[in-house]
Design a protein. Structure first.
Length: 316
């Protein structure tokens, strides 16, 4: 099979028939063998009924319905696990991503040898203050933190070599950082393509300030995981050693000061009245806690199980 299209969605009943027909037209024109996976992330409208009807009409259409809303990352994870295509295309269901981009994205993977190609919505039709400026700030921070040079991490239109989606673990809200996860997994040939962005035709945007804030928190998480995810003791142990050194130096200073005053027969104060005593005590306690955090991280890393993070209600 040439192409698998994975489309996570939430309450997009108006756009689904139009999107399906558009994708089918592109695939038929280029003689691709294909499948379309619609992942219904807990929609409360008639999205699932439409997906079910489409699957009855066309065997290339397949669908998964979550029991409730689990998030885009979980939807992509479920879709990636079931794809059979040599190239996997992801796009949003709101018609803001153009299926006409699929052939060129496919060629960039199969002919130019990219592991992953990310879309870049260079000209956007979103609100400048509500989404454009926060997105630019977010993308700048992501580039600086991850070392992956992309202009638009948030673009849902991406193409993958099938090996990438089968070897990259998408969890939490990490769908924004799949290129970073792919790079960390060893898929370093990452490209970018300017794609057409269209104004939303139906429904309302799911973007909000909560997603913007969560994006930056996830960025910190992905930075930590990329550097210390396999060796948490390297971070916490190093910080613990630093705290212990500060504590020993502080304790040594207290002892030296005490001996100095005794030698010169000067009046001394109780050790507990010296502020350096509390500095030494606090840093040693913090150092111990950091070491324990490192050990716990190592234990969790070696004993974790990869249980499903979502529940599927129906599949067609």
């Amino acid at each position: 099979m040439n192409i698998s299209v994975v489309i996570p969605l939430l309450n997009e009943q108006e756009s689904l028939p139009e999107l399906y027909n558009w994708i089918k037209k592109v695939m038929t024109t280029h003689n691709y063998s294909y499948e379309i996976w619609f992942i219904d992330d807990g929609s409360t409208d008639n999205s699932w009924d439409i997906i079910h009807n489409l699957s009855q009409q066309d065997t290339a259409v397949k669908g998964i319905r979550f029991l409730r809303n689990y998030g885009k990352s979980q939807a992509l994870h479920a879709g990636f696990a079931r794809t059979n295509g040599d190239v996997v295309i992801t796009m949003d269901a709101d018609l803001q991503d153009s299926p006409d981009e699929i052939p060129e994205l496919y060629n960039m993977i199969t002919q130019q040898g990219f592991d992953l190609v990310s879309g870049w919505k260079k000209k956007r039709y979103d609100s400048v203050i509500g989404k454009n400026l926060p997105s630019k700030l977010f993308n700048w921070a992501a580039r600086k933190t991850s070392g992956v040079v992309l202009h638009d991490f948030n673009c849902g239109l991406k193409a993958y070599n099938s090996k990438v989606v089968k070897n990259v673990e998408v969890s939490g809200e990490m769908h924004r950082y799949i290129p970073v996860l792919a790079k960390n997994a060893g898929f370093a040939n990452i490209g970018e393509k300017v794609v057409q962005h269209q104004a939303r035709k139906y429904g309302e945007s799911k973007f909000g300030m909560e997603r913007f804030i969560n994006g930056f928190l996830d960025l910190i998480t992905i930075w930590f995981l990329s550097k210390f995810g396999k060796r948490p003791m390297h971070l916490f142990g190093a910080l613990g050693v630093l705290m212990f050194i500060i504590g020993f130096i502080s304790a040594g200073f207290i002892g030296f000061l005490k001996l100095w005053k005794l030698y010169h027969q000067e009046p001394t104060i109780l050790v507990t009245d010296n502020p350096w005593f509390y500095i030494a005590l606090a840093t040693m306690i913090i150092g111990t806690q950091l070491f324990l955090a490192g050990f716990l991280g190592e234990i969790i890393l070696r004993t974790k199980n990869n249980e499903e993070r979502y529940k599927i209600e129906q599949e067609v």
